[in-house]
Design a protein around this ligand. Sequence first.
Ligand code: FE2
Length: 429
Amino acid sequence: MYVSRLDRPWLESPFPFQGFQLENWDHVAEVRDACKYVYIEEGEADTGDGRKKSIPGIAQSKPGENESRVRRRFRQQSRQQKDAANEPPSAWSLSLGLESEALPERPRIKSPLREEIRAARPLIKETQKLVRQQVLDARHGRSLDIPAARESVARITDSIMRNPDALVCLSALKKRDEYTYLHSLSVCILSVSFGRYLGLPDETLLELGFGAFLHDIGKMQIPDSVLNKPGRLDPTEMEIMRKHPEFGVEIVDGSERIPDSSRDAIYSHHERLDGSGYIVGASGSEINPLTHIVSVCDTYDAIISHRPYKFANSPLDATAELYRTRGRFFDADLVYKFIGFIGVYPVGSLVELNTREVGVVVESTSDRLRPKLLILLNSEHERLDQPYPLDLVRIRQTSSGQRLDIKRSLETGAYDLDPFELMRYVEEA
Ligand SMILES: [Fe+2]
């Protein structure tokens, strides 16, 4: 069932996003720990025998379970939750030198978004050119131009250190047919920005960015018929696809030497915390923490991107999926921090207001549910000749007195909005 409201504002709750699905009794225990009561969205529930029944409100127990047993189980689960909360930082956090489980403070922005976009646009264009060259080199068995890649990653890192929003915005807005080329660039931008948020040292950020930039280079040796198949891969095709980390390492080993942690990101980015990933089924602390960051960013970007076999999902869908798989595929602490970093409505994401107007998020504010927007489409979903900025913290209602809220997060590329065009608006706004 779906929790649509809490007994307090979302911002005061420990839950990283607004509205979520209760899928098992652990989730119920988490909610019970944080709230006295919650609102369940009325709807239909599966009765388990193929029939649907309506949910009247807050469910109290499993069918047939008596009240005292439910209370006992809740108490037990709440205790386990509290014990977990008192645990020292995870091995993952410690290995990165992070001593606290608390969300970091956002680093200071050194250059305004408008200025940084001006610098980031040519940087993205040049890096795209380099990526295309690398794809050709990898396909033809030539060694990669590692110094050029290092130079690009260094420039990307510099831009992110000044203001990460410009590049994160540009990378979030790639078009339908650009995934193969631009996914690695997006994962590089996300990984370095997230690393900056975590306070990692400059040298580590460069290694992280470099590994992320090259993490999927082995895919260039996968036949197009498998790589871009517009449907589910069969077991043989899946086996071929799963070789791309090994191919990637072969490609970079035939080029100039790269840092060990960057090489590991190429080889191990599909390993998962519980050992269910590939190539070797490494688990827990066997996975390099920088590789684990690349894996989370890789998963996030794959979900928000158009793929040959699926349409893009919204950033909110992506954070919900990471949240659902926390503790199994990804370190839970890492997931909480990533959600804290990316926010509810990330910069560059598209949202629809309750007035049906559509805008792009251009800046986060102190209120994570009310960012600054640039409104692009009117309530009929027609393009505005003059997009206009809207600060939802300052403007809370329309001129007719109607309350103004974000109704939903839209998937990447909705309404065919072109990223570079959007950035021009932001630059000129
Ligand atoms: Fe991959």
